[in-house]
Design a protein around this ligand. Structure first.
Ligand code: ZN
Length: 272
């Protein structure tokens, strides 16, 4: 289990006063401000998988919403408050359990990508994820999903993702996403706020022509699941401290993930 802290910033270098937060920063900069109505796709795949479970999640375990049905999910309701309509592809979610059967994942991904291609050209993609997806024969299923998305939408399209606090973040994810955020609470009572953070960052950056960068740092500490509740210590203080960092100029979002049990691709070595 790993605990990570994510910073998103504009522009690069704004964190010079915070030398302890180092990691996979990448160049941030300005892109031409958006004119007109942006085209933003919405999609994603989410499950909380323990790789130690022998149970496999199959297609029948997933709730799959396609096209306009994507907006029937309660967590999609905040999308209606935006002037620019979100363009639906596919969302798939399964309850917590074991890894996902490979063929199920490949079928869902192919369906999603086909729908994404039909929406091109796109200015943004909003992905409703979890961060603890595990797929048979893959070490980093989310990274695979992001890279497949990037291959379709191209380098200029902004991709923002929504995470659970109990998610893992890989180097591939950091390198492919433009923005991400995660729950601040466990139990998760800020789901709607999380959706709004992820979509606000995306629409804000499109509106003002900003290209955010992600800074990622692994924190060398382990927290058992029951101690990651933000209702009591130490979780309460550790997550409440985020509000201080989120007030810093130039910061779009600071999130902290506690991680989830399982194997994944190793990330960059922390510098501390
Ligand atoms: Zn969770």
């Amino acid at each position: 289990m790993r605990r990570r802290l994510i910073l998103k910033m504009i522009p690069a270098g704004v964190l010079a006063g915070l030398p302890t937060f180092t990691g996979a920063a990448r160049a941030a900069g300005l892109v031409p401000a958006f004119r007109g109505t942006p085209r933003i796709a919405v999609g994603g795949i989410a499950s909380e998988c323990s790789t130690y479970s022998r149970i496999r999640a199959r297609m029948e375990d997933f709730t799959v919403l396609r096209g306009q049905d994507v907006f029937k999910a309660p967590l999609s309701l905040p999308l209606q408050r935006y002037e620019a309509p979100f363009l639906p592809t596919l969302t798939a979610s399964a309850p917590s359990g074991g890894p996902v059967e490979r063929q199920t994942y490949e079928t869902l991904k192919a369906d999603y990508l086909e729908r994404l291609k039909k929406l091109l050209p796109l200015d943004g993609v909003y992905l409703m994820m979890h961060g603890a997806l595990s797929v048979e024969g893959m070490d980093d299923a989310e990274g695979d999903w992001y890279e497949a998305t990037r291959a379709v939408v191209g380098p200029d399209c902004l991709i923002s993702a929504y995470y659970d606090l109990h998610g893992n973040l890989s180097r591939r994810a950091v390198d492919t996403l433009d923005a991400m955020t995660a729950y601040r609470t466990a139990p998760h009572v800020d789901r709607i706020e999380n959706v709004m953070r992820a979509t606000d960052m995306l629409t804000h950056c499109l509106r003002y022509g900003l290209r955010p960068g992600i800074v990622w740092a692994s924190i060398p500490a382990l927290l058992p699941g029951e101690q990651s509740s933000t209702e009591w210590e130490p979780g309460r203080r550790l997550w409440s401290d985020l509000s201080e960092y989120n007030r810093l100029p130039g910061i779009l979002d600071v999130s902290q993930l506690v991680g989830y049990v399982g194997r994944m691709s190793p990330g960059p070595r922390p510098r501390w």
